[in-house]
Design a protein around this ligand. Sequence first.
Ligand code: ZN
Length: 75
Amino acid sequence: MRRELMEILACPVCKGELTLTATTVEADEVVAGTLHCATCNEDYPIEGGIPNLLPPELRRAMAAEAAQSTRGAHP
Ligand SMILES: [Zn+2]
């Protein structure tokens, strides 16, 4: 994601401002890092240049589901 995107990004829970912490930057693009909401005390990951702004509850539910499906849902 480009840093300019910060201007339009907001916390999915409280619609508050997010603080960018970039761990990997390539050619003006934030490839990896986190977006932090001080109000919710929540971190949203940026992976592969894509900010993951799912509400934390949903993100955890999806991660749990993904872990289950790799074990093989079909008998
Ligand atoms: Zn928030």
